[in-house]
Design a protein around this ligand. Structure first.
Ligand code: UDP
Ligand code: MG
Length: 315
């Protein structure tokens, strides 16, 4: 570990077009910080099993500039695992995470560095204030997700928070200790605690390449997030059970009374079918939730590595 070194971890998946532009833009800010504070920099590019030329571009950049380090993973492990791989490789006393598509404005690095170095924060993170340029329906569901997860989880997940942040060594070591397989970084960053300064900025659109996130992928990701940081869905079964028991109790009294008073036979078939469908639907739904948690637990107990390195220039 080098205390005056800033490691910039950059997960990349099929990003051959973005890397050189990213380095060019970020270098401008880096030069400024190096001059002003005398800090050193290193890039840790993590190739998350790209199918294009990403790894070659990384090698070329590393040949040109000794500050460029790279780690090539053996397959696509997902952004969260790529970040973890980057953290493992980072040697700096300060570690930043950035997307390679320049959606995380490099100029903010300076303010982040100052917040940690001079203002006593352990972490300085970026938060989008707008979601301009994003489909309306996606923003709507994103807001809904943040509201829901903050209601049912003790870990606070800030709306608009990005993974883009700089942290000190203490916090990075704490994150490295959280070695769960189902990684939801936003939750983990918040769960480890420490004090975080938030910097607001307006949404920036991707420079080149395309987003890896479809609506469906984001939906699954949000469910993973909820399951990783809350067990409230597991209690839905208990609440539904109590509700239906109470309901059936009142229905028994109601129909008994109705038959005793009016002497009418209870017209049964349609209502019976509806009730059976409803209750068995609720039961299957609850069973599904339990199944999801069980499958996550199953994966965790296997203790598989979070990432596997195929190649690196880090010694
Ligand atoms: N990424 C990754 N592995 C993946 C998907 C994405 O390392 O499986 C990287 C990607 O190359 C980029 C960052 O994660 O640097 C953010 O991805 P993207 O820009 O697609 O997400 P968005 O900004 O649209 O949320
Ligand atoms: Mg992006």
């Amino acid at each position: 570990m080098k205390s005056d070194l800033i490691s910039i971890v950059v997960p990349c998946y099929n990003e051959e077009a973005s890397i050189s532009l990213f380095i060019e833009e970020t270098n401008k800010v880096i030069e400024k910080i190096t001059k002003k504070y005398g800090a050193e920099f290193e890039y840790i590019f993590v190739d998350d099993g790209s199918k294009d030329n990403t790894a070659n571009v990384m090698r070329e950049q590393a040949n040109k500039d000794s500050a460029v380090k790279y780690v090539v993973l053996s397959k696509n492990f997902g952004k969260e695992s790529a970040i973890y791989a980057g953290f493992t490789a980072a040697k700096g006393g300060f570690v930043a995470v950035m997307d390679v598509d320049l959606q995380d404005p490099p100029y903010m690095l300076e303010e982040m560095y100052e917040a940690i170095k001079n203002e006593g924060y352990n972490c300085c993170a970026a938060r989008r204030t707008t979601r301009a340029g994003e489909p309306k329906i996606r923003s709507f569901f994103a807001r809904l997700f943040y509201r829901l997860i903050n209601k049912i989880s003790k870990t606070e997940i800030v709306d608009g928070a990005r993974d883009f942040r700089m942290m000190d060594r203490n916090m990075v070591d704490a994150i490295l200790d959280v070695c769960e397989y189902n990684r939801f970084s936003k939750g983990i960053f918040s769960w480890v605690g420490f004090n975080t300064k938030w910097l607001d900025y307006e949404n920036v659109e991707r420079q080149c390449g395309e987003s890896k996130w479809s609506f469906w992928k984001l939906f699954i990701y949000s469910l993973d997030g909820i399951m990783a940081f809350s067990t409230v869905p597991l209690s839905i079964a208990s609440f539904a059970g109590i509700f239906f028991c109470a309901l059936s109790f009142f229905m028994i009294i109601f129909f008994c009374a109705k038959t005793l008073i009016f002497g009418e036979p209870v017209a049964g078939y349609p209502s019976l079918v509806c009730i059976i469908f409803l209750v068995s639907g609720v039961q299957l739904f609850c069973l599904g939730i339990i199944g999801q948690y069980l499958s996550k637990t199953y994966l965790e107990t296997k203790k598989r590595p979070i990432f596997i390195v195929k190649e690196t220039n880090i010694s």
